[in-house]
Ligand binder design. Structure first.
Ligand code: AVJ
Ligand code: FE
Length: 435
């Protein structure tokens, strides 16, 4: 008997869902706080209110045959910032349009876009590249996460607490390592693969990975506290020269998400300060992760090692997801906006890889030791040439996995994320390898 496949969801409802995510984030911030800049190297929150919609408008208006009605705002909100030279923005709140102006502009462009998208049958619109709509949806979903980082750093009295799902109670993790035998792993996606991928995901290629051992779980707050206690932040030999210079200059003495209260640590969770949860993955910068790894006599994994640990199997075949072929669901890991905070690294046994490596997708991205660089044959999207290429500068490292605020579409195996090594605000943990 033949079963009818569920109809693929057309782009417009998915774009509307993504808008609800970003709208909800802005509406949990006190209106007066939208002029704040919670992270010094990023724009004020108002910029993002304009940006997530201006991006769609700039991307889609021409292909959809629509005309600009406010070129100044189209340009003002076009792109975010990621200064690599340590220089910080110096604008003031009055340099930005008022919220009333921004809201009117966003309302107008949404109306024009949606009117065109509603009667659009992309397949039968000659010349319309359907990847444009996927780019709009996924760009916005990425900002649903990067906005959560910003809102995370706002003082608690400037945001309204949201309900948090109950935390499953689980046995504490046992910090052991898993041996992964030598074998091949395929990084990247092929042109013929189903679904959408960004420019940097293409260029499928096989990497032979010698045998290695990898931590079964991400490094937890409990483990990282031993490093802090042992004086790891003052042990210069554990840090590279650049990382040490950053540590000293920025006066970093503990993870950004930890707060020292007398002789104890607390955790800056999204809506309240809590005693430091020992079994949650530690969120740290690449520099802190690498120093910890050196302290234990281990290294951060390469992208290929992480990939093999996640998708390889003892029989040599590779899986689509660590757990097999089944699509992602909340039993497999802490992703797709179910929670605002981590859970124990041992909370999702159903997400285990074939080699028994746990908590790979969700609950925190994971640093690799690889600089973000193009795969063989890389070519940028003509309609968004800078998405990846602007960051092939040796100043960004690859992250894999996903966090509690990562949309389910991004836990596909080819997805690659990246940030600067001295950016401590992201939901990113790590695990170590021995070679
Ligand atoms: C892929 C998450 C590193 O936030 O800098 C958003 C995504 N690019 N707007 C970033 C992105 C342009 C990007 N990351
Ligand atoms: Fe953006």
């Amino acid at each position: 008997m033949q079963t009818t496949p569920a109809p693929a969801r057309t782009p417009l409802p998915r774009l509307l869902d993504a808008r609800e995510r970003t709208d909800a984030l802005f509406s949990l911030v006190q209106p007066a706080a939208l002029s704040q800049r919670p992270i010094p190297a990023r724009h004020r929150l108002v910029f993002y209110v304009g940006h997530v919609d201006t991006f769609d408008w700039n991307l889609l208006k021409e292909p959809l045959g629509l005309a600009s009605f406010d070129r100044h705002l189209d340009d003002l909100f076009a792109f975010g910032i990621d200064p690599v030279d340590g220089g910080l923005p110096s604008d003031t709140p009055v340099d930005w349009p008022t919220m009333a102006q921004i809201t009117a502009y966003v309302h107008e462009l949404r109306g024009r876009l949606d009117a065109r998208l509603r009667d659009l049958d992309a397949a039968s619109t000659p010349g319309l590249d359907t990847r444009l709509l996927e780019v709009a949806i996924e760009h916005r979903l990425m900002h649903a996460e990067t906005l959560a980082y910003l809102v995370h750093q706002l003082p608690y009295d400037q945001k309204s607490p949201q309900l948090e799902a109950r935390t499953p109670s689980t046995a504490p993790p046992e910090a052991d390592m898993v041996t992964v035998p030598a074998g091949a792993t395929v990084l990247g996606r092929a042109e013929e693969d189903d679904g959408f991928g960004w420019d940097n995901e293409y260029g499928a290629h096989t990497v032979d990975v010698p045998a290695f051992a990898i931590d079964r779980y991400p490094v937890t707050n409990r483990q990282f506290a031993e490093f802090v206690q042992a004086g790891g932040y003052n042990a210069q030999p554990l840090w590279t020269a650049e990382d040490w210079a950053w540590r000293v200059h920025a006066d970093i003495e503990h993870p950004q998400f930890w707060i020292r209260r007398g002789r104890r640590w607390t955790f800056r969770s999204m809506f309240q300060e809590t005693p430091l949860p020992p079994d949650w993955p530690v969120y740290v910068s690449h520099a802190e992760a690498a120093a910890y790894a050196r302290w234990t006599g281990k290294r951060l994994p390469s992208e290929a090692q992480w990939h093999r640990a996640a998708y390889g199997t003892p029989d040599g075949r590779e899986r689509r997801y660590p757990w097999g072929q089944a699509p992602p669901d909340p039993t497999r890991g802490n992703f797709d906006f179910v929670r605002w905070n981590p859970v124990s690294v041992s909370a999702h046994p159903a997400g285990s890889s074939a080699f028994g490596v746990m908590d790979l997708l969700g609950n925190g991205w994971e640093w690799t030791r690889d600089v973000f660089a193009p795969f063989p044959g890389f070519s940028p999207f003509p309609f968004y040439p800078g998405y990846s290429a602007n960051f092939f500068d040796g100043q960004h490292f690859v992250m894999k996995g996903g966090s509690c605020r990562t949309a389910a579409c991004f836990v596909r195996r080819s997805f690659r994320n990246w940030f600067q090594p001295h950016y401590p605000y992201i939901y990113t943990s790590f695990r170590c390898v021995i070679e």
